[in-house]
Ligand binder design. Structure first.
Ligand code: PHE
Length: 364
């Protein structure tokens, strides 16, 4: 049994007075009632039921009382804390219910409102056709190569056996890049990639290079100053014109269907010998409409040039023309789209109207 508590100081435990405890409870209940939202109630809970609240401090004082007074004070403080706790819980529930109700009103969604529709874009047929061409050739074991659109005049012309006086260099065909003596042009065809490929890759080589090319043409139903070509180049031992024709036939059949009519016409390109132009029968008029805007009434669509790589070009690339031969071709992508989808006017292709592209569906 402990003896008399000599440290007992009646001033210190005035917090345990019934009047003081009642006042604390009254304060707490008033504050709880005054809390109008959950944040405010949280602050009230800390002040009136937290570790440093008057009632918690009073509770701690009980230990300092003489044993005879402990039970009485303990009951009083316990009851007081119980009332405050119950009031806090009740207020908490009421405020939560209020908040939930408010949320239901504030965050109400009208599921019948028509949502603003944003139409999806569509891939342009130039992109999808280029990918299709790449697929066809990679399926044959060829590789896809690239070259710059701003090209050295040397790669665009000289390396391809264009003499210095060749008319294709003249201002009316070629966009020259300033300053005039920079030796740079916007490539007029994808053929410069032939030389770049031969200089950087091992033989034998089989590459296709799709890309943009530029010529100072006016925009009309069949021409545009910026268009796309796909270049093909094969260099190996024993390649002949028959391999070229076979490759082109396979290409055309894969792209346009197995029954496409084509023809080769003798032609001249400085970088191929012999050379040919390749035409497709006009799918719009099938040669029957002399006023056809696509074929100009000829019944055929010029699709590109081709030929056996000129031995001068092989030599310039350091390839032995006695041992290796090569063939090359270059085709217009826009022409392929017009042919494949019956687009009669180049304007539709270059205009960039999404309604044009969406007609091609989800081709990937
Ligand atoms: N580069 C030529 C053109 O744009 C086409 C071509 C490519 C011809 C390859 C022969 C060989 O007209």
């Amino acid at each position: 049994m402990s003896g008399p508590n000599t440290q007992y100081d009646p001033v210190e435990v005035s917090a345990l007075d019934p009047a003081a405890v009642d006042a604390n409870v009254a304060d707490a209940l008033a504050a709880i009632e005054a809390a109008t939202d959950l944040d405010a109630l949280k602050a009230v809970r800390l002040a009136h039921a937290g570790d440093r609240s008057p009632l918690a401090l009073a509770n701690r004082e009980i230990g300092a009382l003489p044993p005879s007074a402990k039970a009485e004070a303990g009951r009083r403080v316990g009851e007081a804390r119980g009332r405050v706790g119950a009031a806090l819980r009740a207020r908490q529930e009421a405020l939560e219910a209020e908040r939930d109700e408010r949320m239901l009103v504030d965050e109400r969604l009208d599921m019948t409102v028509v949502a603003p529709r944003r139409p999806l874009g569509a891939r342009h047929p130039i992109s999808t056709t280029i990918e299709r061409v790449e697929d066809i050739f990679t399926g044959l074991g060829w590789e896809v190569a690239e070259g710059p659109e701003v090209e050295a005049e040397w790669f665009n012309f000289d390396a391809l056996n264009f003499g210095p006086d060749h008319p294709a260099r003249a201002m009316q065909d070629t966009f020259f890049v300033e300053p005039g003596d920079a030796g740079l042009v916007l490539r007029t065809h994808t053929s410069p990639v032939q030389m770049r490929a031969m200089l950087t890759r091992d033989l034998p080589l089989f590459i296709v290079c799709p890309g943009k090319v530029f010529r100072t043409d006016d925009l009309d139903a069949t021409h545009t100053p910026v268009f796309h070509q796909v270049e093909g180049l094969a260099v190996a031992e024993g390649l002949t014109m028959a391999h070229l024709k076979g490759t082109l036939d396979r290409f055309a059949a894969e792209l346009f269907g197995p029954h496409v009519t084509t023809r080769l016409r003798p032609a001249f390109f400085p970088f191929t010998e012999p050379s040919a132009e390749m035409d497709f029968q006009c799918p719009i008029c099938l040669g029957k409409d002399p006023a056809c805007r696509v074929c100009g009434g000829t019944g055929w669509i010029e699709w590109g040039g081709c030929g056996m790589v000129n031995r001068n070009v092989l030599s310039a690339a350091g390839v032995d023309p006695e041992r290796f031969t090569g063939f090359a071709f270059g085709m217009g992508i826009e022409r392929a789209i017009m042919l494949r989808h019956g687009v009669p006017d180049m304007f539709d292709i270059v205009e960039g109207d999404v309604r044009f592209s969406t007609q091609f569906g989800m081709e990937i």
